[in-house]
Design a protein around this ligand. Structure first.
Ligand code: ADP
Ligand SMILES: O=P(O)(O)O[C@H]1O[C@H](CO)[C@@H](O[C@H]2O[C@H](CO)[C@@H](O)[C@H](O)[C@H]2O)[C@H](O)[C@H]1O
Length: 445
C-alpha cells in the first residue's frame, strides 16, 4: 500500500507547523512508517500516517500526520470537522483499522463516566489554545488530544490516567475516557480522551489574578492553596495505592536512590550552569555552593518510598473549577524520555514543582510592574500545610521533618535547573526567573 501523501512536500509543510519541534535542524528525508485510510461520509476519506523525519544530524523524530487528499499540497485533516468526528468515532466505538504495517486501535474505558450519551452528529470544535498537540472538544463533554510528536513506548499520560480511572477512587482529575493506539512498527499512543470540564481557569492564570490583586494574599486564596496541597496529597495516596501493578507498586527509597538522584543533579548542574553562564556570568560564584547542596541529598538518611508521580507539576497543570482543583496532564517533563518519566521517584518532586510555580507567579507580576509583596512565603506555607495534612504518616514520605525539608530543597534545586534549560530553549526572556532563584539559594551548612 503506497501512501497518498507527497513525501517531497513534507519538509516544507512540517517546518511551517506550530507543533513541529525540529525547525532548527535541516531535514534529510521524511518517510512513512505506517498509514491507513479512514473513510468519511460522502465517499471522502483521509490518511492517518506516522512519518519519520530524518535530520542531517541527530536522532530521527516521529510525527502523526492526519492528512486530507489534496492537489494543493498537504492539508491537515484536523481542520476538517468530518475527520475529527471520524477519529473520535474510532475511539468511542473501539474500532480497529488495519494499516499498511500494523493497526490503529480505538480504546474506550467502560467507566461510569464513559457511558454518557452524546448527540449525533456529535458537535466538535478545535480548542483555540497555544499548545504543542491539537485538542478537540466534543459536545462540550469530552476533550480529545491528538498527539503530534510521537514517542515509542507507554505514554505516561495514558498509563497514569488509565490507572487513576480504573484502579483508584481519585476523582480530582478529568477522568481518562479512552485513547487511540498505533500497534506494530509505529507503536505509540496517538490520542487521549478525557472528560471536558467547562468554564475552568488554569491554576496559573487564577494565581496570577490573586497575586495581582494585592501585595498580601487574601485568607480565602490561602485557603484554596491549602486545598490544592490536600488534593496533591490525595493524588499521591492514590498513585501509591497499588499492590499488584508493577508500574505503580511503591518501592522503598534506598541510600543508592538518593546517591543516584544526587549524582544526576550534580551532572545537570555542570551542564546547565555552563549554558546559562554565557548570559549570567554571576552564576559562576554560586557553582560550588550549589554542587554542595546537590551532594547533600546523598547524605539524607533513606526513608519513605519511590512512587509514580505527576512529574511536571506546576500551576499550569491544575484547573480551578467551582470551588475545587483538578490535577491534569500526567505527561511528565517534555524534555525527558518516556522511560525516565515513568520511573518511580520521591513524591516531594511534585511538591517542589508546585512551590517553584509560586516563585514564577511572583516574578511575573513584578515584571508587570506590581510591587514586591508578601506573597510567596504565605503561598508556600498554605500549600505545604494542606499537603502535610493529607499525607500525615504516609509511608511514601520521609520519616522525619529534617529529611522532608532536605529532600524538598534538593528537588527544588533540580527543578530550577530543569527550568533554566527549558527556558533557554523555549522562552529565553524567562530564564532570569529560575536563574535569580538559583542566585538566592542559600548554601546549607
Ligand atoms: N479536561 C479538560 N477540560 C477542560 N479544559 C482542558 C482539559 N484538558 C485540557 N484542557 C485545556 O486545554 C489546554 C491544553 O491541554 P494539554 O493537555 O495541556 O495540552 P498539551 O499537552 O498540548 O499542552 C490546557 O491548558 C487546558 O486549558
Ligand atoms: O505545561 P508543560 O508540560 O508544557 O510544561 C512546560 O512548560 C511550562 C511553561 O508553560 C514550564 O513551567 C514553568 O513556567 C510556568 C509559568 O509559565 C511556571 O508556573 C512553572 O513553575 C515553571 O516550571 C514547565 O517547567 C515545562 O515543563
Amino acid at each position: 500500500m503506497t501512501t497518498p501523501i507527497d513525501l517531497t512536500k513534507l519538509p516544507d509543510y512540517l517546518r511551517n507547523q506550530r507543533w513541529f519541534a525540529g525547525k532548527a535542524w535541516p531535514i534529510k528525508s521524511v518517510s512513512t512508517v505506517d498509514h491507513a485510510t479512514v473513510p468519511l461520509p460522502g465517499g471522502r476519506d483521509f490518511t492517518l500516517a506516522v512519518v519519520e523525519v530524518i535530520y542531517e544530524l541527530g536522532h530521527p523524530d516521529r510525527y502523526l500526520l492526519p492528512v486530507l487528499p489534496s492537489s494543493e499540497g498537504i492539508q491537515d485533516a484536523l481542520d476538517d470537522v468530518d475527520a475529527l468526528r471520524a477519529l473520535f468515532q474510532v475511539i468511542r466505538e473501539k474500532q480497529t483499522i488495519s494499516s499498511a504495517s500494523g493497526r490503529f486501535v480505538g480504546e474506550w474505558l467502560d467507566t461510569p463516566e464513559g457511558l454518557m450519551a452524546l448527540p449525533s452528529p456529535v458537535p466538535v470544535r478545535r480548542l483555540q489554545v497555544e499548545q504543542s498537540n491539537t485538542s478537540v472538544v466534543v459536545a462540550e463533554k469530552v476533550i480529545f488530544k491528538v498527539i503530534r510528536k510521537l514517542e515509542a513506548g507507554i505514554n505516561p499520560e495514558y498509563e497514569v490516567g488509565r490507572f487513576l480511572a480504573t484502579k483508584t477512587s481519585f476523582r480530582a482529575t478529568p477522568t481518562l475516557l479512552g485513547a487511540l493506539q498505533s500497534e506494530g512498527p509505529a507503536g505509540a499512543t496517538l490520542a487521549v480522551v478525557h472528560r471536558y470540564i467547562p468554564n475552568v481557569t488554569d491554576g496559573w492564570r487564577y494565581t496570577l489574578d490573586s497575586f495581582r490583586r494585592s501585595a498580601r494574599l487574601s485568607d480565602a486564596f490561602l485557603g484554596e492553596l491549602r486545598v490544592l496541597g490536600q488534593r496533591l496529597g490525595e493524588l499521591h495516596h492514590a498513585l501509591a495505592s497499588s499492590t499488584d501493578e508493577p508500574g505503580f507498586v511503591p518501592e522503598p527509597i534506598h541510600a543508592e536512590d538518593l546517591q543516584r538522584w544526587s549524582a544526576s543533579m550534580v551532572g545537570e548542574l555542570g551542564v546547565t550552569l555552563n549554558d546559562a553562564m554565557r548570559h549570567f556570568p554571576e552564576l559562576e560564584g554560586r557553582r560550588e555552593g550549589l554542587i554542595e547542596r546537590a551532594k547533600q541529598l546523598a547524605q539524607v538518611p533513606p526513608s519513605g518510598q519511590k512512587i509514580r508521580i505527576h512529574g511536571d507539576l506546576h500551576l499550569g497543570q491544575v484547573l480551578r473549577t467551582e470551588g475545587d482543583w483538578l490535577i491534569f496532564d500526567f505527561e511528565g517533563e517534555p524534555g525527558r524520555s518516556f522511560a525516565l518519566r515513568r520511573e518511580k521517584y520521591s513524591a516531594l518532586r511534585d511538591v517542589a514543582g508546585m512551590l517553584r510555580s509560586f516563585d514564577y507567579a511572583e516574578a511575573t507580576v513584578q515584571l508587570e510592574g506590581e510591587a514586591a509583596g508578601e506573597r510567596v512565603a504565605p503561598a508556600r506555607k498554605a500549600f505545604l500545610e494542606g499537603y502535610r495534612s493529607a499525607t500525615q504518616g504516609a509511608p511514601f514520605l520521609p520519616q522525619d521533618d529534617a529529611s522532608f525539608d532536605a529532600m524538598l530543597d534538593a528537588f527544588e534545586l533540580e527543578k530550577m535547573l530543569y527550568e533554566v534549560r527549558y527556558e533557554l530553549q523555549n522562552r529565553p526572556d524567562w530564564v532570569r526567573i529560575p536563574v535569580q532563584a538559583l542566585m538566592r539559594m542559600e548554601v546549607r551548612k
